[in-house]
Design a protein around this ligand. Structure first.
Ligand code: UDX
Length: 436
């Protein structure tokens, strides 16, 4: 079976490499020539554990190809996945420019039955627009080539993307015919060994499922952050509350960690887009609006705690542990660290940061507005306080002795609740965390 995947970002590249790994012939397409040249030479544009090996092995074995030109491979493939970006417009709606560009190229060049499957997260109703765009192109060519559109939203998590793709909880596919269903079933058959479920549904429901899933997860986080803030006021401990409620099987124990807010390329964007879709249909998404509001406030909580602990921040030196929006990625999109850094700089503090992989990304975004340390202890030299923003494993058991020796102050603000308050008190640190 031969397929093409347009867009070599997280979703496109991971999907391409994983489909190739199970024996499907995959051509990955991107308009960015430099990206494609780099991929051909084995340079992966993103940090994702295991992806380098997967890509190079499948390229070597001849199942994974890269090109800048979708039309080159269209006569050969049965399915084209569209995994191009949908950056948010200023009003929070998804910009469909790239998605519709793919539809036009598809319509302009197909010569036989082909399915265009949207993997990008697009608002409900987009597949109808894609279909109209393809039909328009075909009409211009004066041709009637059979084609179909389908929706196959992606649920992979950065940092665990390959595992998520190879053994997903479920695959959701929106289709309009039995013919498309059969093709999609065959495509995902190699993964059935792992005993997961393919859920077929109509296209609008598949599109909606993605937003509902991410908004539900974001809701759990904002809910717990709200509870955490109240815990602090009433003298409760959010970690105990989490355990207390997470053992109820109806609630479940995942995604209940209070912290310094969610970031990344998905939750913030999808929450905004769902609010916008509601508005477009004259419906106010009250819960999701509150989820966003709580998260906006939570992203500066580490700053507020530093300010409460240190008073005037002018001239203070703050060591920052972690910059990425979560561990195992160099992604800083919507990262809480960015909000805290801006506020600290505005207040006249100096920020010295370290992240195991995100420093190049931080340099690109922030240049020399902050200092970059060589390792976690280097950030602490002469620091008045340490702010932990990302819970990388290597930050979990620091040498408190070394910190005492090199730091000027003794304040630790833990934005991810990874340390034990009793241990820190014993070690002589002033410890602030979230929700207790
Ligand atoms: C998410 C979804 O999990 C995935 O299914 C979807 O396809 C894309 O969006 P991702 O953005 O990679 O994936 O990150 P995820 O691991 O879900 O974490 C998102 C954010 O939530 C991070 O900033 C994380 O720190 C935060 N988070 C997560 C919490 O604050 N508390 C939690 O309990 C869990």
């Amino acid at each position: 079976m031969k397929i093409a995947i347009v867009g070599t970002g997280y979703v496109g590249l991971v999907s391409g490499a994983c489909f190739a790994e199970v024996g499907i012939d995959v051509t990955c397409v991107d308009i960015d020539k430099r990206k494609i040249d780099n991929l051909i030479n084995g340079t992966i544009p993103i940090y994702e554990p295991g992806l380098d090996d997967l890509v190079s092995r499948n390229v070597k074995e001849g199942r994974l190809h890269f090109t800048t030109d979708l039309k080159e491979c269209l006569d050969e493939v049965e399915v084209v996945f569209s995994a191009v970006g949908t950056p948010p417009d200023e009003d929070g709606s998804a910009d469909l420019k790239y998605v519709l560009d793919v539809a036009r190229t598809f319509g302009r060049n197909i010569n036989k039955y082909t399915i265009l499957v949207t993997k990008s997260t697009v608002p409900v109703g987009t597949s109808a627009k894609i279909k109209a765009e393809i039909n328009r192109e075909l009409a211009e060519r004066g041709m009637s080539v059979p084609f179909e559109v389908a929706s196959n939203p992606e649920f992979l998590k950065e940092g665990a993307a390959i595992k998520d793709f190879m053994s997903p909880d479920r695959v959701v596919i929106g289709i309009e015919s039995d013919r498309a269903r059969k093709v999609m079933e065959r495509l995902y058959r190699p993964f059935l060994l792992n005993n997961f479920r393919v859920i077929f549904m109509d296209i609008a429901s598949a599109e909606m499922t993605k937003y509902a899933a991410n908004s539900m997860l974001a809701t759990r986080i904002s809910f717990m952050n709200d509870i955490a803030n109240l815990c602090e006021l009433v003298g409760a401990d959010v970690n105990m509350v989490r355990k207390g409620i997470g053992t109820d099987v109806r609630i479940g124990n995942k995604f209940l960690y209070a912290g310094c807010g969610y970031g990344g390329s998905c939750f913030p964007k999808d929450v905004k887009a769902l609010i916008h879709t509601g508005k477009e249909h004259g419906y106010k998404m009250r819960i999701i609006e509150a989820v966003e509001e709580v998260n906006e406030l939570q992203k500066s909580i580490v700053f507020r705690k530093l300010k409460d602990a240190l008073g005037d921040l002018k001239g203070r030196r703050i060591g920052m542990w972690g910059l990425a929006f979560k561990p195992e990625t160099d992604d800083m999109r919507e990262a809480p660290a960015l909000v805290v850094i801006e506020k600290l700089l505005e207040a006249g503090a100096t920020v010295v940061a370290y992240d195991p992989v995100a420093v190049p990304e931080a340099r690109r975004r922030l240049g020399d507005r902050i200092e970059y340390a060589l390792d976690m202890y280097d950030t602490a030299v002469d620091a008045d306080a340490i702010a932990l923003m990302t819970e990388w494993k290597q930050f979990r058991v620091p040498s408190w002795n070394v910190l005492h020796k090199v730091m000027r102050g003794n304040i630790i603000v833990d934005g991810r609740n990874i340390y034990d308050p009793a241990e820190l008190a014993e070690e002589g640190f002033e410890y602030h965390c979230i929700g207790k």
